[in-house]
Design a protein around this ligand. Structure first.
Ligand code: ATP
Length: 242
């Protein structure tokens, strides 16, 4: 199977700190792929390099056969890479509807396609269970709903690759269960790369897991492989119920 995304010897240094230190990574189309690892392992920096928020010190990023290493973030969005980040980034004083319409509008080359925009926004809100909140100001939504709104903003871009950075942080158990169903549904027509600390979510959702430690890949495999890996247990999972 041809990978959707490949990184080769990808590096990001902050002064003397090697935040991402020679990562060779492969993402297969259609998979749900989790990146785990201790705080400071380089997970957020790595996905920031993939989506273009941060430019690498060296190395190569290939997306769907094209070298995107030097492409700015907005061009990567057009190629189908969407992301939502740890820190809630909704516009509090805009409605849920407008929050989704804003990023989507940028992808429509024909500024007059209002019907298309409306259909796309409502589809994204429906998939995330927020259609009934379309007119609510984003700032009045619960934290969990704001996180879902971010996912809706990503979905409206019809991404081929959706990157989620700690999407379940701050969600209740019930919201987490709903979120897992949503990710499975998204993965039917997109590839999902997620950074996640909640091991139940990781083990329950991921087809494959990459474990990072100190900027490098420590291990890769299925949930069963990762559970059975002694090095991973020592470096990371030891204190977590795997
Ligand atoms: N803009 C920056 N300037 C300097 N150092 C940075 C910057 N961004 C990240 N780092 C450092 O790079 C290392 C990797 O950070 P990163 O946020 O990628 O880790 P992480 O695995 O995502 O951690 P967490 O699970 O806590 O989010 C850390 O030591 C961090 O302090």
């Amino acid at each position: 199977m041809t990978p959707l995304l490949t990184t080769r010897d990808l590096r990001k240094n902050y002064g003397g700190l090697r935040a991402v230190d020679g990562v060779d990574f492969t993402l297969l189309p259609g998979e749900i792929h989790a990146i785990i690892g201790p705080n400071g392992a380089g997970k957020t920096t790595f996905v920031s390099l993939v989506c273009g928020r941060v430019m690498p010190s060296s190395g190569t990023i290939i997306f769907d056969g094209d070298d995107i290493t030097d492409l700015p973030a907005y061009r990567r969005v057009r190629q189908g890479i969407a992301y939502t980040f740890q820190i809630t980034s909704v516009f509090a004083h805009l409605s849920a509807y407008d929050n989704v319409a804003l990023p989507m509008q940028r992808t429509l080359t024909d500024g007059r396609s209002r019907a298309k925009l409306h259909a796309g926004v409502m589809n994204a809100l429906e998939r995330t269970g927020l259609a009934g909140r379309a007119n609510s100001l984003a700032g009045t939504l619960s934290y969990g709903h704001q996180r879902l709104l971010e996912v809706a903003m990503g979905l409206a871009l019809k991404p081929r690759l959706l990157i989620l950075d700690e999407p379940t942080q701050g969600l209740s158990d019930g919201e987490i269960a709903g979120f897992m169903d949503l990710v499975r549904e998204i993965a039917q027509d997109a590839t999902v790369l997620l950074i996640e600390h909640n091991m139940q979510v990781v083990m329950g959702l991921a087809d494959r897991i990459t474990v990072m430690n100190a900027g490098r890949i420590l291990a890769e495999g299925t949930p069963a492989d990762i559970r059975a890996n002694d090095e991973v247990q020592r470096a990371y999972l030891g204190t977590e119920p795997a």
